[in-house]
Design a protein around this ligand. Structure first.
Ligand SMILES: NC(=O)c1ccc[n+]([C@@H]2O[C@H](COP(=O)([O-])OP(=O)(O)OC[C@H]3O[C@@H](n4cnc5c(N)ncnc54)[C@H](O)[C@@H]3O)[C@@H](O)[C@H]2O)c1
Length: 277
């Protein structure tokens, strides 16, 4: 970081990466995108120099070494698998990491490597929900958290789904009937829906205990928004959050709020904006 703001490298350049790039364009004096890491550059395949992004604001595609050298912060907006593969190397190189795919942090070892080992710092995005400050402040006093996530069926389908789950989601879509497609722990939810249920991991991380969180996922053919109904119960009180997000047209599984949360986080890291603590 210098007087001119922070340099950001985007690990992942899909719906979120491109939205963050667009949103930061007019804020370059505070936080600017200096490059993108994609599957090819991360796999270390040497080749001709490439650029990513729209003409006029395209940035170089970087390998990991160039990104950790040239960026103050790597913003992960790829997948939990990418956090597992590259997160430790990024913080180990002394570069800060802002994580969107919080589901990766259900793994105890990875979580402690990223959050405790350094020398780079690891920040967790609030992503598609709010209220995590309250959950964090209540850590140690919480008895149970319930999360009911409701999405259009198309937002829950992904390549890695098993046959049975896929059928129940497709059935909901075909019949128009609301389907309860999952009920269980954060770890199991993240295993089955790795890129769809990061909010569950966010709640567990804020509470300091993933086991406090019960997750239900509903495929709702009538839903146009993604909704998260959250209830936190404990000795300090009962808190309820109802969040209804517009999906990102570029990826229905992602809410438009997520990119805004990441931009807000980056600006905070750059020292701008009110600091709620
Ligand atoms: N915290 C939250 O509330 C929240 C909300 C939405 C999405 N997310 C996370 O953000 C991620 C990105 O969302 P998106 O809508 O931009 O997805 P997307 O599918 O539109 O784009 C993801 C990009 O990352 C790349 N990628 C994925 N895995 C990779 C890997 N292992 N190595 C290199 N590149 C990889 C893909 O090729 C793609 O270009 C999701 O997978 C999800 O885990 C978090």
């Amino acid at each position: 970081m210098d007087d001119m703001g922070i340099n950001v490298a985007l690990l992942g350049y899909g719906a979120i990466g491109q939205a963050v790039h667009r949103m930061l364009a007019p804020l370059a004096d505070q936080a600017r995108v200096v490059g993108v890491l994609d599957r090819i550059s991360l796999e270390g395949a040497a080749g001709p120099a490439r650029m990513a992004g729209p003409a006029g604001s395209a940035v170089p595609v970087l390998d990991l070494a160039a990104a950790t050298k040239g960026a103050d912060v790597v913003l992960e907006c790829a997948s939990p698998a990418a956090v597992r593969a590259y997160g430790p190397g990024i913080v180990g190189a002394g570069t800060d990491l802002l994580v969107a795919s919080l589901g990766a942090l259900v793994d105890d070892r990875l979580r402690s490597t990223l959050l405790e080992r350094g020398p780079g710092r690891c920040f967790l995005s609030t992503g598609a929900i709010g209220g995590l400050d309250l959950v964090r402040a209540s850590a140690g006093t919480i008895d149970a958290i319930t999360l009911e996530t409701r999405k259009p069926p198309a937002a829950l389908l992904h390549r890695g789904l098993g046959t049975e789950l896929r059928s129940s989601i497709v059935r909901a879509d075909a019949t128009g009937a609301v389907g309860h497609v999952f009920g269980g722990s954060v770890a199991e939810a993240v295993r089955l829906f790795p890129s769809n249920i990061n909010v569950a991991a966010a709640l567990g991380l804020a509470a300091g205990n993933m086991d406090l969180v019960r997750v239900d996922i509903i495929a709702d053919p009538g839903a146009t928004l993604t909704s998260h109904a959250i209830e936190v119960r404990g000795s300090g009180g009962t808190y309820r959050f109802a969040i209804e997000n517009f999906p990102d047209p570029a990826n229905l599984a992602t809410s438009t709020l997520t990119a805004r949360s990441l931009v807000s986080g980056l600006l905070r890291l750059a020292g701008h904006g009110p600091l709620f603590i």
